[in-house]
Write a protein that binds this ligand. Sequence first.
Ligand SMILES: [Zn+2]
Length: 246
Amino acid sequence: MDVVYTGMVIKTTNVGEFDKRLVVLTKEAGKIVVFARGARRPKSSLLSATMLFAYGEFELFAGKDAYQLKKVVIKEFFENITKDIESVCYASFFCEFADYFCKPGQNSRNILKLLGYSLKALENEKIDNRLVKCIFEMKMLYFSGEYPEVFSCVKCQKKEISYFSVLGYGMLCDDCKNEYSDSFKINPVTVYTLQYIISSKLKDLYKFNLRKDILDELVFLMKRYMSFHVNHNFKSLDTLSELVLK
Ligand SMILES: [Zn+2]
């Protein structure tokens, strides 16, 4: 049976001499595995369409155990990302995170959309890539339900909040700041930024910038939060840290 799914290639592995195994995140069927026969032959029409980040319509033969790729109509290559090694690292991390996070058969429309907006944001030179990474991570955590409480104190629900605790899953007020040993004071602008990321629509996520000290604080906070609550070693992050995150 033939099907046509809209999606993005989030992982590619070489198989045999000329073939490729792809993980494609689709609108219609969530995360699927697709085999692309002969995709690595120099003159194959599937050569560029089976690269990481390729987004488009995938015409597939749905076999008993896996999908076979027949044809792809590419809508977006994210070419500007592939021109810059740092952006490639960030985008690879986003794909790796999405692959780790999405289970086969699970509806992943939101994540596919988030990936699209985030890759576009990496192409936009006006937005710092470190901010794009923080926003992407926080929105992924939001989709998983593992996001921190940033609108009121996690202990007493008071709205006057200025401390953040990774262990406590969110913000604390002055009275409750000692409830968790790891709590640290953060800037009100950082609090507002976290609230904005969690509550905003995907299309509005990448419409702001931060001054350097706020971005540094957000990066610090997200790094700690991710390592404690996601705790997975993403290969693409190793390359990224060698390049930029030092
Ligand atoms: Zn409190």
